[in-house]
Structures are given as C-alpha cells and as structure tokens.
Ligand binder design. Structure first.
Ligand SMILES: Cc1cc2nc3c(=O)[nH]c(=O)nc-3n(C[C@H](O)[C@H](O)[C@H](O)COP(=O)(O)OP(=O)(O)OC[C@H]3O[C@@H](n4cnc5c(N)ncnc54)[C@H](O)[C@@H]3O)c2cc1C
Ligand SMILES: *[C@@H]1O[C@H](CO)[C@@H](O)[C@H](O)[C@H]1NC(C)=O
Ligand SMILES: *[C@@H]1O[C@H](CO)[C@@H](O)[C@H](O)[C@H]1NC(C)=O
Ligand SMILES: *[C@@H]1O[C@H](CO)[C@@H](O)[C@H](O)[C@H]1NC(C)=O
Ligand SMILES: *[C@@H]1O[C@H](CO)[C@@H](O)[C@H](O)[C@H]1NC(C)=O
Ligand SMILES: *[C@@H]1O[C@H](CO)[C@@H](O)[C@H](O)[C@H]1NC(C)=O
Ligand SMILES: *[C@@H]1O[C@H](CO)[C@@H](O)[C@H](O)[C@H]1NC(C)=O
Length: 609
C-alpha cells in the first residue's frame, strides 16, 4: 500500500512542470514526466561518465539520482589549492572506520564526495593510471581480456584531454605525448605552480638514480621511478566528472536528467523471471527529509549503481543482497545470496615524516599570502592555488633480494608495479621554500583486507567500515621501507644547502618504528573491492566481468567497488577507465542504431612503457 502511495506521489509530482531541456534540479517536481531507460544511482566519478555516454543516444532517457548537492556554485571545488577545505564539509560523507587494531585502535577518517561528481569533486586531483599489470590481473581474474591494459587504454585516452600547465611552462620532456588523449572530457596537465624544491628534487633523483631514476611519464603503464605529477586540472581549475561529463555542453541534452539532494535507500525487485530477480526499481527520499515521502522509480532497461565503495555495498545489503547470515542478524530478508558483498575491501595506508630547513629566508603561508594567491587565482587562474603543492611522485618496488620475500608472497600485480608511492611537498612558495618539507609514503599493494557491514537497517546511519589497516606485517614492513626510501632521498647531496633536519620522532629501532607508524598512519583514501568483479563461473565476487550483479537481472555496478584488487596508485583514473568501458558494455547489451560504441581500433597498439 505504502508503495502505491509513493508511486502516485511520484507521478503527481512529475507532471507539474515539464522543462524544455534538462538541467540539474533538486526537486522531483522539476523533472519532466517521462519514462527512464536507465537510472543511475550516484552522480559521482563513475556515475556521471556512464550517464553521459548513455545519453549520447537521443532515444534513451537517463536519470541520475545524487544524494549531494550540485557542484555548480561551490567555489572551493574549482580551486585546486583549496582541496583540503572540502573535507569535513557538507560535500564530504565524513565516514570513519571502526577502531583499527593495526593502527593502535584508532578510528580513521574516510572522506568521500557528497556532491555531484562525487569524490572526483573533492579529491586530490592526482592523475595516476597505475600499472599495466593491475589491469592485466583484473583481466586474468575475470577471464575477460577487455580489462587488460591494452584493451582498456583506448578508454583512458578517450576520457583524457591533455592540456598545457596552468602557468604555461613548457611541459616537453615532463610527460610523453604518445600515452595521452587530447580530445576527451577530463583535463589533465602537469602541475602548473613551480615550487622551490622542484630543483633539488630532480637533482637528487639524478644523483641517486636506481629506484629514483627519472620516469618521463608515470602514466605509460610503468610508473617505476620518479617524475612529474599529472593532475586532473585544466587551465588552473579542477576537472571533475561533474565539470567534464555533466558540464554545460552535455547537461542541455533533453534526455539527461539529474536529481540532486535525493538519497537512494533501497533497491526493489521489479519482477522475477524463472526464479531470478529483476532489480530495476529504486526507492529514494529527499536528503534533508529522511522521514519524508518515499519515492520509487523503475528503469525500463537497467538500474546502474554508482554510489561508490562505501555506499554501494551498503545499499546492496539494505536491499537484501549479500551474505544471508549477516542479513538475517539484522532481520533483512535475503533477495540475492551473494556473500562477497562488502568483503575484500582494500585501502592503502599512508604515513608522513617532516623535515625542517635549517636556513633563513623560508616562507610559510599566512592569511595575507593566501589572499594574494586567491586574488591571483581569481584574476588569471595561476599561482600556488592552481596546483596542490606536490609536483613530483616516486614509485618504488621492494628490492628482489629483500628478506621479506622469504616470509611473504609478493602481493603486487607484476614486476612493473610499485609497492610504495612517495610524495613530497615543500610549500608552494616559489621561489622560496617553506620552512618544512613533508615526505609521504603509501603502501600501494597491501596484503591486508577489510570489510563492510550494516550497523543498522537505516540508510541514514553510516555502515561499519573496517579497512584492516596494517593487519599484515608485510604492510608495516612496506611502510618502513617507504620511510627508509624517503630518508635516503633526503640524504642526497642536492639537499645539502637546505640543511634538512628530521623533526618527526621516527626512531632507529624497528619496534619503535612500527609504533610510530601504527600511531600516526592514516588512509590514502583509495578503497576498492566491496562489490568485486569475478569470472562468470567464480564462486566469489559480486558482479560478472560485464559488471552485472550476479544471480540477478537489470542491475549493474559501475564504480570503485568493482575493482577486485587495489591498483598501485590513486584510483580516479581507473574509475574513469571502468566507467568509460561500462558505457560501451551497456550499449552493447541494448543494440540500437543510434548508439555510438567507441572505435578503439587505432590506439590499441601502444604497449606499456
Ligand atoms: C579526499 C580524497 C582524495 C582523493 N584523492 C585522489 C587523487 O588525488 N587522485 C585519485 O586518483 N584518486 C583520489 N581519491 C580517490 C578517488 O577520487 C575515488 O576512488 C574515486 O573518485 C571514486 O569514484 P566512484 O565513482 O567509485 O565513487 P564516488 O565518486 O564517491 O561517487 C559516488 C557518488 O554516489 C553518491 N551517493 C552515495 N550514496 C548515495 C545514495 N544512497 N543515493 C544517491 N547518491 C549516493 C555520492 O554522493 C557520490 O556522488 C581521493 C579520494 C578522497 C576521498
Ligand atoms: C560532514 O561534517 C561537516 C563538519 O562537521 C558537516 O558540516 C557536514 O554537514 C557533514 N557532511 C554531511 C554530508 O553530513
Ligand atoms: C576475495 O577475493 C579473492 C580473489 O582476489 C577471492 O579468492 C576471495 O574468495 C574473495 N573473498 C571473498 C570473501 O569474497
Ligand atoms: C639567520 O639569520 C639570523 C639573523 O640575521 C642569524 O643570526 C643566523 O645566524 C642566521 N641563520 C642561518 C642558519 O643562516
Ligand atoms: C575571489 O573570488 C571569489 C569568488 O568569486 C570571491 O569570493 C573572493 O572574495 C575573491 N577573492 C579575492 C581575493 O579576489
Ligand atoms: C562483518 O561481518 C563479518 C562476518 O560476521 C565479519 O567477519 C567482519 O569482521 C565484519 N566487519 C565489520 C566491519 O563489521
Ligand atoms: C583511425 O584512423 C583512420 C585512418 O588514419 C582515421 O580515418 C579514423 O578517423 C581513426 N579513428 C579514430 C577513432 O581515431
């Protein structure tokens, strides 16, 4: 009965106003009365891409339901240097883990974007495709060569629009054009705000060589070495999936509709065919009125779940899709028996150390300087705020002859895959350095796995999130190796003139080092895996290689949760690649002469660098 009322409420609201072209709206009454071929839950990094590609076919109506607000008037999302201001804000879901035993029982903050464009609207804008082996491992696990690096590269090139750095400096030799796309939706550029430490950084890499050898393009499929950071920044502004795929050029498509400020709360069985449920209906409510009217809508072709690594498994569990044992304990009836939902969650732990410069003439940020930088950014989109203060990244493997290999199997995807990422920030105060330099080490390929369960049956309560951080001694070993590499790097002659002194209390003994790491580490915020893909016949996994929910019809999952292993880097580029391919996978299942499927024939010959 409640359902009938909701449906009537929906229909009566839908017929009130019929706009002539689509826009981003926050009330149901502003949507046109129409049937939707596809409904995308979550207008985030992946969801925006899928909705864009599907609405290339003018015959298909697509609705995005996004919990957060529109990005359009949120100034801080445009300014790369203001990235930190987006956390613990209305644009962040503010998740935290349960106490992490491997991190001395501390709960760890897990930010996620609560805004159109999702986490791509609040992230650090690092553009890292990770290792070719990461994709090849997915291909092997799923038995679908379509996920291999060679087959996925065309989709990466399709989404990318390489652009000159914000300050217009020549980026020749700082990247390799053969690996980049120039006609896509997402601006990518070399960081366009020089820092004083750029000079010693590159000099130290040259002096040390070896694992720090110069890597001209860390996005060639092989990142190992040290090179220039690439950012999803164009002309000094953040490029997100909202700006790139739902921008003015696309949002006027008559068949693309975006409803913000509404939260999906449950997926419902639309029908059952031969015992297999069809899951094309979603229930949703206004974000600011959780107890208000419940609406529901049915996609005539497919429901696409793109709510991200936390909310996607949460919504599946709320809908009775998961491990029957866990569901039963909360009184939820099992609709699809899929024990893999919420399992195998993998994130990367991060630790940082700080060095002080023992010289005069350093410059640190002040409110006055910030105003000057903002004025510069406002005027010309240049200056320190046009980047994020990290102009180089290093990608290292634990050496082949390390003693750790007698105890642990290598968890990395291949010999060209980094175990450790290093990043460096020395204040974006060109030409003067800041008074400190921070070095960050990330364990990219951890052994530890986490999980996610419901805490309650309310879609407005955060789920229980366990990243399993540092549960494996291999991971803490990797962190120590990363810190050792940072220390080696800052011992290079190139740094001599700065008179660096380590100020973080990092001791010399292994016990003390472990304690420092467990006490200070946090999340690199790259969790994946909670609705992992696997081969059609596999006994584990949540979606098949075409991203369709197993044991069901009508529901596809397209976001970071489908990655069965975390790739060795930051995760937005892989999310873009998955979403671009998903667009074609969906089109292929609904043959229509007006659908444009990518012509990828010209680009697949580029192999990993
Ligand atoms: C602070 C931070 C910094 C990062 N920095 C980088 C970086 O520099 N480089 C990089 O490559 N990666 C970075 N990442 C990771 C990367 O951005 C994410 O892995 C990626 O964007 C995730 O994409 P997604 O599509 O899976 O999910 P999201 O982009 O999170 O999309 C999910 C969307 O669904 C919406 N949603 C959730 N639940 C519901 C619901 N019930 N109903 C309706 N809508 C819902 C959300 O509001 C969101 O818009 C960072 C992540 C964070 C948190
Ligand atoms: C996240 O926390 C901030 C600060 O406490 C708060 O203002 C914001 O509303 C929270 N985000 C959401 C989506 O509730
Ligand atoms: C986790 O993934 C691995 C493959 O990487 C698989 O063998 C295992 O069964 C998965 N675990 C669960 C609980 O789904
Ligand atoms: C910094 O400047 C002060 C004052 O001029 C001087 O006393 C001090 O020796 C200088 N320190 C260094 C490291 O040059
Ligand atoms: C920069 O522009 C923003 C947005 O228009 C405005 O709020 C801010 O005051 C401006 N600041 C300066 C210093 O120009
Ligand atoms: C979720 O439940 C499973 C099975 O009971 C358990 O193994 C796991 O630790 C739980 N995870 C969290 C985050 O509660
Ligand atoms: C592929 O190459 C041919 C010949 O150079 C060209 O005509 C065609 O447009 C190219 N297709 C794509 C998708 O780039």
């Amino acid at each position: 009965m409640a359902r009938l009322y909701a449906a009537v409420a929906l229909i009566t609201q839908l017929i009130r106003i019929v706009p002539t072209s689509a826009v981003i709206v926050d009330s149901l009454s502003a949507l046109p009365k129409t049937k939707y071929d596809f409904v995308v839950v979550g207008g985030g990094n992946a969801g925006a891409v899928v909705a864009n590609r599907l609405t290339e076919n003018p015959r298909w109506n697509v609705l995005i339901i996004e919990a957060g607000p529109t990005h359009e008037d949120v100034f801080n999302t445009r300014v790369p240097g203001y990235v930190a201001r987006l956390q613990q804000s209305p644009y962040d879901w503010n998740y935290t883990t349960i106490p992490q035993p491997g991190m001395n029982g501390r709960p760890i903050a897990i930010p996620r974007g609560h805004i159109l464009g999702g986490t791509s609207t609040i992230n650090g804008m690092f553009y890292t495709r990770c290792s070719s082996s990461d994709y090849n491992r997915w291909a092997k696990l799923t038995g679908d060569q379509g996920w291999s690096w060679n087959k996925i590269l065309p989709y990466i090139l399709k989404h990318e629009k390489w652009t000159a750095p914000a300050d217009g400096h020549s980026d020749e030799g700082q990247y390799d054009p053969q690996y980049h796309g120039t006609d896509g939706n997402t601006f990518v550029s070399i960081a366009g705000a020089p820092q004083a430490i750029d000079v010693p950084m590159m000099k130290a890499a040259e002096e040390l060589g070896g694992v720090f050898s110069y890597r001209q393009d860390m996005n060639s499929g092989n990142a190992l070495g040290l090179g220039w950071t690439q950012l999803t920044v164009g002309h000094g502004e953040r490029s997100s999936s909202a700006t790139g795929y739902l921008g003015p050029k696309y949002i006027t498509r008559k068949n693309l509709h975006v409803l913000v400020g509404h939260r999906a709360i449950q997926i419902l069985k639309t029908a059952t065919h031969k015992g297999v449920p069809s899951l094309r209906t979603v229930k949703f409510v206004a974000e600011d009125d959780p107890k208000g009217l419940v609406h529901e809508i049915t996609a005539s072709k497919e429901l696409i779940l793109s709510a991200g690594v936390i909310a996607t498994p949460q919504l599946l569990l709320l809908s009775g899709i998961g491990d029957p044992k866990g569901l039963q304990s909360l009184g939820i009836k099992t609709v699809v028996n899929l024990p893999g939902v919420g399992k195998n969650m993998t994130d990367q732990p991060l630790v940082f150390l700080q060095w002080a410069l023992g010289i005069n003439g350093t410059v640190d940020a002040t409110p006055q300087l910030d105003q000057e930088w903002l004025a510069e950014w406002n005027a010309t989109k240049t200056g320190p705020l046009s980047a994020i203060g990290i102009n180089q990244l290093g990608w290292l493997r634990i050496p082949e002859d390390s003693s750790i290999w007698s105890e642990y199997e290598d968890p990395s995807s291949g010999k060209n895959t980094a175990h450790i990422e290093l990043s460096f920030t020395g204040g974006a105060f060109y030409p003067k350095p800041g008074s400190t330099i921070t070095g960050v080490a990330i364990a990219l390929q951890p052994h530890s796995r986490g999980s996610l369960n419901l805490s309650t049956t309310s879609p407005f309560d955060h789920p229980l999130i366990d990243m399993g951080f540092l549960n494996s001694d291999f991971d803490i070993f990797t962190m120590r190796e990363g810190i050792a590499a940072l220390k080696r790097f800052f011992d290079a002659p190139a740094w001599k003139e700065y008179k660096l002194k380590l100020v973080s209390p990092y001791p010399d003994d292994i016990e003390g080092q472990n304690e420092f790491i467990r006490h200070t580490a946090s999340s690199a915020v790259h969790a994946v895996g909670t609705a992992g893909m696997s081969a059609k016949t596999a006994s584990f996994g949540v979606v098949d290689p075409e991203l369709k929910l197993k044991k069901a019809h009508g529901l596809r999952i397209v976001d970071a949760s489908v990655m069965p292993y975390v790739p060795a880097g930051h995760t937005q580029a892989p999310v873009y690649a998955i979403a671009e391919r998903a667009g074609d996978l969906i089109k292929a299942d609904w043959p229509d002469s007006l659908s444009m499927i990518s012509d990828t024939s010209n680009i697949s010959h580029i192999s990993a660098g």
